[in-house]
Design a protein around this ligand. Sequence first.
Ligand SMILES: [Zn+2]
Length: 235
Amino acid sequence: MAKSSVKKITCPKCGAQSDFTVYSSINSVHDPELSEQLKNLSLYEAVCPKCNTKAIVDYGLLYHDMNKRIMIYYVRKEIEAQKAADMFLGRGVYDVAEDLKGKYLYRVVRSKRQLKEKIAIFDANLDDRYMELSKIFYLTKFEADYPDLDAEESYIYGSDGIFYVAFSTKEGEVATNFDMAVYQHMKENFTTLSTPLRGGDVFIDFEWAMKQINKENFGQFLSEGIGGDIKVKIQ
Ligand SMILES: [Zn+2]
């Protein structure tokens, strides 16, 4: 069951106080409705009962998919993120890690969007390590095609195997279709990654993906076969 508590929040527009339910964990099997709200991030929206103003609330939580044996911990503070990672890796706190049999897939993420992205990737039964490599590929292409737009971050979103890549730029967000051929390419060319899918590093992100790319495999990363076909077309 979902663990929750009720907090008082103040409307940013009219100042009215209202109750807002905050969840510390959501189980996709036991709480399918809450999981859906998490996946579209409506879980983080508060509507003022007095003036109907919508406000976005932000807090960390643990997402648990029992069927796929996946736990994704969204942690906002740096120090808490390391604690969550230690817990997942069985160091320090054993409450969660010890009573589980077999290998769980653990991830620690630092934003709601990263949480949403991870859930979308795992719901589609894809490997987030190759997705992170694919995102760097797209970022590299994007920078080459649009040198004026300075992309700060990129995110995958979508469902049912239809994905898009969004780039955060100073001018706002732009997106392009995600070609699964890029993912396949990464899978075929990066056969030795530093981390297994399960039981390894819990921070699978941009920094992690950058560490996988070195002088030896950079050619495979941006091979002409795949790079030539893909056009980053802003939608
Ligand atoms: Zn209000």
